[in-house]
Design a protein around this ligand. Sequence first.
Ligand SMILES: [Zn+2]
Length: 118
Amino acid sequence: MKGKNRCVICEKGRVVEGTTNFEYRGVIVPNVPCFRCDNCGNIEFAPETMEYIRKKVNELAPRVILKRKISTAAKKPIVYLPEELMNAARLEIGKDVALYVESSTEKKRRLVIEPLEE
Ligand SMILES: [Zn+2]
C-alpha cells in the first residue's frame, strides 16, 4: 500500500499518507500513521501499524486487578470472570482463548488467558 493509489472503497479518491487518532473501546492512540482517501475519508493502516496499535492499546488500557477464589463445579476448578475483567482483556463469551502458564522464575508464575485471533 503506497501513497497516490486509488481508493478501493469509493474508487474516485486518492489515498494519501497522514495520521489519525485511533480509538478502541475508549482507549485513544494518538498520531497513528495511516493512509486516508482524500475523497471519502476511508482510513487504512499498514500491517506493522496494526501491530503498533495493538501494543499501544494494550499499554494504555486501564488495568483491572480483582481478587478471586478458585471454586469448583463438578469437582473441577473454576474461576468466575467478572465483566470488567472480560472487557479489559477484550474477551467475549463464546470466543476461543489460549490458556498457558508463564513463568519468569520458579516462584513467580502466571496463568494467561489470551483471546485467539479469528
Ligand atoms: Zn475513497
